[in-house]
Design a protein. Structure first.
Length: 95
């Protein structure tokens, strides 16, 4: 059983062993891209927008109903649907 300190230290992986995705990133927190998934066209579009492995991303805000979300990466703001953000695996990092 994990202690509360260990749970905080492993916040990039949930209790079921699933990886954290961009849609799970809380507002004001940052993460580093591990993988970019999705079907061929979607994956290519995300990569073309600069969402590549190793890129640092900060969650800036969400729309009033929660979808889409706005992120900051490479010096610009980008808005993504939560469905697309769910295909980007990240690890949370210090802001």
């Amino acid at each position: 059983m994990l202690t509360s300190t260990e749970l905080v230290a492993t916040n990039s992986v949930d209790l079921f062993g699933e990886d954290m995705t961009l849609k799970d990133l809380k507002i004001g927190h940052s993460g580093r891209v591990l993988t970019v998934g999705g079907e061929k066209a979607l994956r290519r579009r995300l990569l073309d927008m600069g969402i590549t492995p190793g890129t640092k991303i900060t969650a800036k805000k969400t729309a009033p109903m929660g979808d889409p979300m706005e992120i900051i990466l490479r010096g610009y703001a980008l808005t993504l649907r939560l469905e697309d953000a769910g295909r980007i695996t990240i690890e949370e990092v210090e802001a």
